[in-house]
Write a new protein. Sequence first.
Length: 106
Amino acid sequence: MDMIQSTLLRYYKYNSWSCGDTYESLEWNDIITQKPSKEHLENLWIDLSKEIMREERNQLLKESDHTALIDFPSTNKQAWLDYRQQLRDFPTVWSVGFPFPSSPIS
């Protein structure tokens, strides 16, 4: 699914519209709500992408919670602590398509 369709499905799912792969193909059939501008949809896409990134980041933190426990048996505990800090800092360096930090091997 492309950017336009994903954004429309997330923020305009109750409005009447149909769309191909481009903004120009967007047919707005809703008589109550005005057709959103291309710029507005692009801004919403960035917001949606950030939300998805944060959900993925939070899941990675959750999956590595056990590595921060005092009794976690690992020879590379500091690497796990560093990885988790990188995940917490990730939203400040993130842009669309930027990969998540790689987790250390236990």
